[in-house]
Write a protein that binds this ligand. Structure first.
Ligand code: 5GP
Length: 213
């Protein structure tokens, strides 16, 4: 069966007050866009799709920190279940990529932990990232992996923004397609805040800073 996409409509907003949000974020968020429960359900299915496509081959999972740490953990758990009968183990590796400051892409992509990439030589690699916006980060990372000599790559993304990409990149497995809005939570930050939030939310900080509210 072809993979179905989950497209979040442009005006889809759930009231923050209806969810259990830590008190430290009071007044910082304007809406919940995707709840933790929905992410959990979707990641379970995504793991099954990934296993069905990739099969029982040995697989190296590459976590792109910091934004994908929650998605990565959830996906590894679900993939372990999906690969229950698989004779080949999965491995996990971590790198850090930085490309954003405040709410703006800097266009300058910094990859940290390159020595970890050398361990991926000749391997099948599933790159697990939080979000694709301009596509530049993923593009740079995939090119670097090819230069490193990996056997094959796939990408798994928690979120894909409905915007025109600067660079077209392979988005093999996408949990949610989202509107072109700045979001936080479930690993994604605004100046390092909100990563611990369990839901994917819209942040109000920018509106407040500009007195637009
Ligand atoms: P790209 O290179 O595709 O423009 O951006 C990818 C990176 O930008 C992501 O890994 C993420 O760190 C950051 N990013 C893009 N859009 C958002 C967003 O709406 N919210 C947050 N918190 N980060 C974003």
């Amino acid at each position: 069966m072809a993979q179905a996409r989950v497209v979040i409509p442009d005006d889809f907003e759930l009231p923050v007050g209806a969810f259990d949000i830590p008190r430290c974020y009071d007044g910082d968020l304007s809406a919940v866009v995707i709840s933790e429960g929905m992410i959990k359900d979707r990641v379970r299915r995504l793991a099954k799709d990934i296993h069905q496509t990739i099969g029982d081959e040995p697989l190296a999972l590459l976590c792109v920190l910091k934004g994908s740490y929650k998605f990565f953990t959830a996906l590894v758990d679900e993939l372990s279940n999906a690969r229950y009968n698989c004779p080949e183990p999965m491995t996990v590796d971590f790198i850090r990529v930085r490309s954003y400051e405040d709410q703006a892409s800097t266009g300058k992509i910094e990859i940290m932990g390159m020595s970890n990439l050398n361990e991926l030589k000749d391997k099948n690699v599933l790159v697990v990232d939080d979000i694709s916006d301009t596509g530049r980060t993923l593009d740079k990372l995939l090119k670097t992996l090819i230069e490193t000599g990996v056997k094959k790559t796939w990408t798994a993304l928690l979120l894909s923004k409905k915007v025109k990409r600067f660079v077209e990149v392979a988005e093999d497995f996408v949990a949610f397609d989202i509107p072109d809005k700045f979001i936080v939570g479930y690993g994604l930050d605004y100046n390092q805040k909100f990563r611990d939030l369990n839901h994917i939310c819209m942040d109000d900080t920018n509106l407040k800073a500009n007195n637009i509210q």
